[in-house]
Design a protein around this ligand. Structure first.
Ligand SMILES: *[C@@H]1O[C@H](CO)[C@@H](O)[C@H](O)[C@H]1NC(C)=O
Ligand SMILES: *[C@@H]1O[C@H](CO)[C@@H](O)[C@H](O)[C@H]1NC(C)=O
Ligand SMILES: *[C@@H]1O[C@H](CO)[C@@H](O)[C@H](O)[C@H]1NC(C)=O
Ligand SMILES: *[C@@H]1O[C@H](CO)[C@@H](O)[C@H](O)[C@H]1NC(C)=O
Ligand SMILES: *[C@@H]1O[C@H](CO)[C@@H](O)[C@H](O)[C@H]1NC(C)=O
Ligand SMILES: *[C@@H]1O[C@H](CO)[C@@H](O)[C@H](O)[C@H]1NC(C)=O
Ligand SMILES: *[C@@H]1O[C@H](CO)[C@@H](O)[C@H](O)[C@H]1NC(C)=O
Ligand SMILES: *[C@@H]1O[C@H](CO)[C@@H](O)[C@H](O)[C@H]1NC(C)=O
Length: 417
């Protein structure tokens, strides 16, 4: 069931208006051009390649047996799907599969040592160890590019995590340390905001009753009783003042704006472990709800329109997020289905998708989306940002897939058109 947003017309008009008014300004940096290190004009070609590789990978994955192969990943720049191969005598069998025949030239078999089966069982054991040994702020995932488990840790937790690190070493995973997080210094150019209508855009901020910025606005959803909810991270309720009903109240905080005290609603449902998400029940009828993602650091498309949703099944594809603190950033998926253990082993966040884009505190809850399936400015929403690792040389954002939320709540994603 597709839900149409009645405010689309207003959004479209303002979009055209902005486009016209800025069309004389020099071209701004574009996140995907930067990610792939190409000119802006080459991005559409690479997006077409990516879409095709996603298709090939989706055909391939079900026919790779878990003992002879060790995962796949795509490379848009190489126009290849790489296949970690343990038993190379299986290669002809795969190549002979009729479904994969048309795409043989896009496949690249790589010798590898760790099978999917082995990586999966190591992943399960390490995740259990991290909880039992009270690890703090560790992220564990299977990384197909390295054909190994990667464990992301923060150096400031070295002492706390000593027992876990000692035990984990037996699996010979790759340990990737970040230095303690620094402050965001990467806010992009400040294109003047044209706040014509009082609209809430996905990726803008939320503030609490004290005016403090807390999280970011995620995708808009609707239940079967026509009640609207903004998705955000579940941990946004932590340590926040409660209203008389016992919930946290959230207000709209546009980018570069002081607190507005424009009330959105209260965070009525929230969970942190094992799935980090919350639902803000929108009860202020005066606010114009828009299913539009804020992107206005960029010249070409200052607003992105949500066309559909999808799940991410390939490592190497790009994802972008929009959030209050670091705005729009993009990266490539490094691990699917990673686990994050926090609070000295007492909390775990499961089924997260990790991509190498920068995010900081305050970005949590912002929409995570892909440009692969549609022409800009139309995008596909895949989830929300819930965690970040950021230091001078290491940036990772972890996303919770929209599918997980819909497993618990019967909600429809509101689309822009
Ligand atoms: C590999 O393992 C997954 C998960 O257990 C299973 O769904 C899939 O069928 C397996 N693939 C093959 C080809 O055995
Ligand atoms: C590799 O695959 C072939 C063909 O299925 C099989 O006969 C052989 O036993 C496998 N080798 C190993 C080491 O598993
Ligand atoms: C991969 O392994 C196979 C079988 O062991 C071997 O014949 C082949 O040369 C190897 N390829 C590379 C690139 O190392
Ligand atoms: C990985 O482990 C999970 C949990 O034990 C299991 O459900 C799944 O089937 C496993 N997948 C593979 C490919 O072995
Ligand atoms: C933390 O441990 C890593 C790996 O042993 C080491 O490289 C790093 O210097 C340590 N950092 C601190 C602050 O102790
Ligand atoms: C993966 O392969 C490397 C190299 O052979 C090995 O050192 C490591 O222990 C393996 N990792 C897992 C989780 O099995
Ligand atoms: C971040 O910046 C704020 C204000 O500039 C400062 O008070 C705070 O100590 C900084 N935090 C870190 C971790 O550098
Ligand atoms: C670990 O982090 C470095 C950046 O510090 C990055 O270049 C490297 O690819 C990472 N390795 C893995 C396995 O994630």
């Amino acid at each position: 069931m597709v839900t149409r947003n009645k405010h689309f017309l207003i959004s479209l008009l303002s979009f055209l208006f902005i486009l016209q008014n800025h069309s004389m300004i020099h071209a701004q940096y574009e996140p995907l051009a930067e990610l792939w290190e190409v000119s802006v004009s080459e991005v559409p070609t690479l997006l077409t390649i990516e879409k095709n590789l996603i298709l090939v990978d989706s055909i391939l994955t079900p026919i790779l047996d878990n003992s002879s192969f060790g995962g796949t990943y795509i490379s848009v720049k190489a126009n290849k799907v790489f296949i970690n191969t343990i038993n190379s005598s299986m290669i002809p069998i795969i190549k002979a599969s009729p479904k994969i025949q048309p795409y043989i030239n896009l496949l690249s078999f790589k010798n590898a040592t760790n099978s999917t089966f082995r990586l999966n069982s190591s992943f399960n054991e390490l995740t259990t160890l991290a909880q039992n040994l009270k690890a703090n702020n560790v992220m564990i995932g299977i990384n197909p590019k390295f054909n190994n488990i990667v464990i992301y840790l923060n150096q400031k937790d070295n002492e706390t995590n000593k027992n876990f690190i000692d035990s984990a070493t037996k699996f010979y995973p790759i340990m990737n340390y970040s230095t303690s997080s620094t402050n965001s210094t990467t806010l992009r150019s400040k294109i003047e905001e044209r706040q014509i209508y009082e609209r809430i855009l996905d990726g803008e901020g939320l503030h609490n009753i004290f005016g403090e910025q807390i999280c970011s606005v995620g995708p808009l959803m609707k239940d079967n009783f026509n009640q609207f909810f903004y998705l955000t991270a579940g941990h946004c309720f932590a340590n926040q003042p409660l209203n008389p009903a016992g919930f946290v109240d959230f207000y709209h905080l546009p980018w570069y704006s002081p607190p507005t005290y424009d009330y959105i609603g209260q965070l009525e449902h929230y969970s942190i472990s094992p799935y980090d998400f919350g639902l803000i029940h929108v009860i202020n009828p005066i606010m114009l709800l828009s299913a539009i993602i804020k992107n206005n650091d960029y010249e070409r498309y200052q607003e992105l329109f949500i066309e559909d949703s999808a799940s991410v099944i390939s490592v190497g594809v790009h994802l972008c997020k929009s959030g209050y603190t670091t705005h729009v950033t993009c990266g490539e998926v490094t691990e699917l289905n990673a686990a994050i253990v926090t609070d000295f082993g007492t909390k775990i966040k499961l089924e997260t998708i990790v991509f190498d884009a920068i995010s900081f505190e305050g970005d949590s809850g912002g929409p995570v989306y892909s440009n692969a399936l549609h022409l800009e400015p139309f995008v596909t929403v895949v989830g929300i940002a819930i965690n970040a690792i950021s230091s001078d040389d290491l940036d990772r954002t972890a996303a919770l897939p929209l599918d997980v939320v819909r497993r618990f709540f019967d909600l429809t994603l509101i689309l822009t058109s």
